[in-house]
Design a protein around this ligand. Structure first.
Ligand SMILES: CC(C)(COP(=O)(O)OP(=O)(O)OC[C@H]1O[C@@H](n2cnc3c(N)ncnc32)[C@H](O)[C@@H]1OP(=O)(O)O)[C@@H](O)C(=O)NCCC(=O)NCCS
Length: 211
């Protein structure tokens, strides 16, 4: 089984801004991926990335992260895997229409806002697993969907994605739901939020640094 961990960002950390916030969220997501490794009995990977910012596996251990200001997700597995997470929030009709075809909406069903975010996280997870960015979004399409998963076409390749919902967020992983056990960690608000430097030290020890 693959064991992604979804971790709520404490409200004190949500008040960080600029580079501090980006670094804090990135480290929180790697903490979540480390929890996934421990839960799976895998060594915690080194969290190195290539020159295009893509996660690099270490010792046959793959990892993936995603972070939003209110929620992070991390996963570690013996095979290539990627995740995404989004806060389900208001979107304008033109944004929904621009990102979701009528055929995709019909496949995903439900209300258009939920369909929009389901399509978004599924496609972004697939693009990350393929090691390409959002510039390839138009090469993806939702071709089938059910309650906890979807099939995403990327050019001629078809990828199965699993979904889960947590506190008004939706997360996706590039693996069938039957192979996935999600863990949600609703963190208590930290009264004192560690700085990014303190989190690096806590995660890697004095000599370590996360890339
Ligand atoms: C990859 C991409 C889809 C991520 O989307 P996002 O909403 O910014 O970020 P997410 O929280 O979902 O994921 C971030 C993680 O994806 C990973 N990542 C970054 N670039 C990646 C890529 N090209 N392929 C796979 N994974 C990637 C990293 O681990 C990153 O987290 P970290 O920097 O904390 O380690 C997006 O940044 C993208 O399209 N990048 C391609 C390059 C590009 O177009 N850059 C210009 C952006 S304006």
């Amino acid at each position: 089984m693959i064991r992604p961990h979804v971790v709520a960002v404490p409200s004190a950390a949500q008040r960080l801004r600029g580079e501090d916030r980006v670094e804090d969220l990135s480290l929180r997501a790697k903490d979540a991926a480390a929890m996934s490794a421990v839960a799976s009995g895998l060594p915690v990977p080194a969290f190195t990335k290539d020159d295009l910012d893509r996660p690099v596996p270490s010792g046959g251990v793959y990892w993936g992260v995603a972070h939003k200001p209110t929620m992070v997700v991390g996963v570690t597995a013996r095979r290539s895997v990627a995740v995404d997470v989004e806060f389900i929030r208001e979107r304008k009709d033109y944004q929904i229409a621009g990102a979701l075809t009528a055929a995709e909406h019909a496949i995903l069903g439900g209300n258009s806002l939920e369909a929009y975010f389901l399509a978004w996280v599924a496609k972004e997870a697939v693009l990350k697993q393929k090691g390409v960015g959002l510039q390839h979004l138009s090469r993806t399409a939702i071709i089938d969907a059910w309650s906890d998963g979807a099939l995403v076409a990327y050019d001629t390749q078809v990828c199965e994605v699993g979904y889960a919902f947590f506190n008004q967020h939706v997360a996706a992983i590039t693996a069938p739901s039957r192979e996935v056990v999600w863990t949600f960690v609703a963190e208590e608000d930290d009264l004192e939020v560690m700085s990014p430097a303190q989190r690096v030290q806590a995660l890697h020890g004095d000599a370590g640094s996360a890339s």
